[in-house]
Design a protein around this ligand. Structure first.
Ligand SMILES: *Cc1c(COP(=O)(O)O)cnc(C)c1O
Ligand SMILES: [Zn+2]
Length: 445
């Protein structure tokens, strides 16, 4: 069967484009585009057909359906030819039962969706596989795109570089000179991306990359590109699949540009339309208190929204004051009885460290989501019997400075309540033994 999908303006004008057009915004009204699917066609199959199809493919080897994203190809991006799919078998990530952390906070049924256990270490892979596949298809079918570019200090660059290098498509990453850490640089460099260091700040990079792309038919991989949302929306579908097609009560996700929370909601809505599920979870979007425009809008019942100037936060991937997907995200929050919660630097760092003590290894953004969870449980907005899923967006290993400085008690504005430094002891058996048991005895309940 031929399933169809296309870009459509989210505004009233409803302008449409093919998915293989190089277009990021509506030409008539300047509004954002989203990918629409031929729902009537998809609904010709019963819900059970989709559930069985997705289960049969899940984590198997038949190309490209073993990917968590391409296993759901018909409802993600049916117009890409299987030969043009660029996949590193993203998705299929662990849904971790956080039994110990849950029991500490009085929640029996707490789960962490480990999206950071992915190829380049963050959920960005879920969207990048769709974007880069589409670029490959465009290049193969005639319209020559010389490269794909983005301006990002972190996970987007890393993911873009990985997928482009796998597909042998040139990737260009624009970075502000002397403003990114070595761990932010190392992934695109290692994957062979052309990394351009500009004597400006991040916004300056964004401006240049847009101009370079527009004038040279280079494909822009920024968050305005709604192909990425199609891949990212599989996260909610996969969680439900992992629960044997049952909806959890609450899903908590950190938000910056708000593409991911939009994608999460879009996946759930599609499952409901197809009859795979009958109800929807509550969605909680968690923001850094230093970059919280959605939270401030939430406090007005979403009646008002003002972009802000984001302040520096440890949760660097969500340090965004004027999110691209604000309108889409507010629509989603309204449909999902949404809650927005915020976390201070102290709260996010200690939440991550507390979770680490129970066997996790959380990035700062996951710390923001966990801190929001702790607050909502304390405020009784989430009850002890509810099934809660926290979306972990990146691997903690990508943020070594954050982890080390936390335990050295060197993070500004953070009181490191779970610091655990090495104990220095002379190499003498008696002293070593005494030291070990002095500490173990203290830790006994
Ligand atoms: C990109 C990113 C986010 C934020 O996602 P948005 O779609 O911008 O809201 C959160 N955490 C990590 C680790 C990210 O890389
Ligand atoms: Zn429009």
């Amino acid at each position: 069967m031929e399933y169809q999908a296309w870009f459509q303006c989210i505004g009233e004008c409803g302008e449409k484009h093919r998915l293989d057009e190089v277009v990021y915004k509506c030409n008539s009204c300047g509004g954002l585009l989203e990918v629409r699917h031929d729902i009537k066609m998809l609904k010709q199959q019963k819900p059970y057909y989709w559930m069985k199809l997705f289960d049969d493919r899940y984590l198997r080897t038949e190309w490209p359906y073993g990917s968590g994203v391409w296993g759901k190809k018909e409802i993600v991006c049916p117009v890409v030819d299987n030969d043009n799919v660029v996949s590193l078998y993203e998705g299929g990530t662990n849904l971790f039962w956080a039994e110990r952390l849950g029991s500490e906070i009085g929640l029996e049924d707490l789960w962490i969706k480990q999206c950071g256990n992915s190829h380049s270490g963050s959920f960005k892979d879920l969207g990048m596989t769709v974007l880069v596949s589409m670029v490959k298809q465009i290049r193969v079918t005639g319209n020559w795109i010389p490269a794909v570019a983005c301006a990002s200090t972190g996970d987007t660059s890393a993911s873009l570089a990985a997928y482009c290098s796998a597909a042998s498509i040139p990737a260009i990453v624009f970075l502000p000179k002397n403003k990114v850490s070595s761990s932010q640089l190392v992934q695109p460099i290692a994957n062979g991306a052309l990394t351009i260091s500009l004597d400006t700040d991040f916004d300056g990079c964004m401006k240049i990359v847009q101009e370079v792309c527009a004038k040279n038919n280079i494909y822009l991989a920024n968050s305005m590109n709604s192909l990425r949302i199609e891949g990212q929306k599989t996260v909610g579908i996969e969680i439900v699949q992992q629960f044997d097609w049952e909806i959890p009560d609450v899903v908590i996700i950190p938000g910056g540009n708000l593409g991911n929370v939009t994608a999460l909601g879009k996946g759930f809505l599609l499952m409901k339309e197809l009859g795979i599920v009958n109800n929807l979870p509550r969605i909680v979007c968690a923001q850094s208190a230093r970059a919280n425009p959605l939270y401030q809008s939430y406090l007005t019942g979403f009646k008002e929204y003002h972009p802000i100037k984001a302040k520096k936060t440890i949760a660097s991937a969500i340090q965004i004051g004027n999110p691209v997907s604000i309108n889409k995200a507010i629509n989603i929050m309204k449909k999902f009885d949404g809650i927005v919660e915020q976390a201070t630097e102290d709260e996010l760092a200690n939440a991550a460290a507390r979770a680490d003590r129970t066997g996790l290894f959380c990035c700062p953004h996951t710390g923001v989501a966990l801190a929001a969870l702790f607050k909502l449980i304390e405020g009784k907005e989430i009850g002890p019997k509810e099934r809660v899923v926290v979306i972990s967006t990146a691997d903690g290993l990508k943020f070594p400075d954050f982890k080390i400085k936390y335990h050295e008690k060197k993070l500004k504005g953070v009181e490191s309540r779970y610091a655990n430094l090495p104990v220095e002891v002379p190499a003498k058996y008696d002293i070593v033994r005494d030291t070990i048991f002095k500490i173990l005895d203290k830790q006994l309940p």
